[in-house]
Design a protein around this ligand. Structure first.
Ligand code: BG6
Length: 301
């Protein structure tokens, strides 16, 4: 069966007329396009990746790079990549793919459900001979995205191995902003962070975060809601986290952005990443048969 016929079969099985359709997306990848009375959205099987969420009142909340390379083995640059089972470089193997292996491969559709006025899309990925080359454990990871006036993302990791394992995870959200240089992020005042652009030095955040250079930080033990104020667009995006102990804040700034083939000069101004996560010493331990759910709930007004 060719790819287009397979996508059409998925739509016959899971589509909800007028609300959710499985179609051919960028690069020929299957995607679920959602259209509810309150919001539009889009999620790709490639990486179990939400690429768009547009509440009717405010428009695009997520940034997706126009220069994304839509290809197997490449991560989509924007939306919400899923990082698992490690974050950044794999500490014991620099040859391993950054941010783990699930964001660059095809996932499977588990369900599309109508819940009140919202649409919830669940996709999953699991261990295979390919993943065991990098990481010896068996797992299933589900990304469930509920699209409506609010976007709720849940990452459910299940240990299907016979041994316990420890993993890192992130919902690496790229938020669309008018100009990163004028954005401020509140909710992390007084928090310790690891500054990745200053030799991983541990520092304390005072007041709001503002961006004036490359910023790449892991905020530790962060349980509060985080709010991003965007004076250029005139709106605030807030993130409520559940079971997420770290928050990564990233903007590559001008030079790095220009040097990234899937981003480009000037693109850095258009987004700020605020990533609900469990990384570093906050990695999650999971016994055989156990599951762990991390959630990020996003609002924009
Ligand atoms: C952030 C990391 O989460 O993702 C940064 O903290 C990294 O160090 C950035 O540069 C982008 O990563 P990638 O692999 O998608 O280019």
């Amino acid at each position: 069966m060719n790819e287009v016929a397979a996508i059409s079969d998925l739509n016959d099985r899971w589509g909800i007329p007028g609300l959710a359709v499985v179609t051919v997306g960028q690069g020929g990848s299957p995607r679920v396009a959602i259209s509810t009375p309150l919001a539009n959205g889009e999620m790709y099987l490639h990486g179990g990746h939400v690429t768009a969420w547009k509440p009717k009142a405010v428009g695009d909340v997520l940034y997706c790079s126009p220069n994304t390379i839509w290809k197997d083995g490449k991560a989509i640059r924007g939306g919400v990549p899923v990082c698992f089972p490690w974050f950044g470089d794999k500490t014991d193997n620099p040859a391993a793919p950054a941010h783990g292996f699930v964001r660059t491969k095809a996932w499977q559709l588990q369900s599309i459900e109508k819940i009140g006025e919202d649409i919830a899309v669940s996709m999953f990925s699991q261990s295979s001979d390919e993943t065991r080359k990098w990481w010896p454990f068996d797992f299933q990871v589900v990304c469930r995205a509920t699209f409506g006036a609010i976007l709720k993302l849940e990452l459910v990791v299940t240990n299907t191995s016979v041994a316990a394992f420890s993993f890192e995870e992130a919902l690496h959200a790229y938020f669309a902003v008018g100009d990163a240089a004028s954005v401020s992020v509140s909710g992390l005042d007084g928090t310790l962070y690891v500054d990745k652009v200053d030799h991983f030095t541990e520092k304390t955040q005072y007041e709001d975060i503002r961006f004036s250079a490359e910023t790449d930080r892991i905020y530790l033990n962060t349980r509060h809601d985080i709010t991003m104020s965007d004076p250029v667009v005139g709106r605030k995006i807030s993130i409520h986290k559940e079971n997420s102990a770290t928050t990564v804040v990233w903007n590559p700034w001008a030079e790095k952005s220009a040097g990234m083939g899937d981003l480009g000069a000037g693109e850095w101004k258009k987004f700020v990443c605020v990533e609900s996560s469990n990384v570093g010493t906050y990695a999650v331990q999971l016994s055989p048969g156990e599951s762990h759910t991390m959630a990020a709930i996003m609002r924009c007004a």
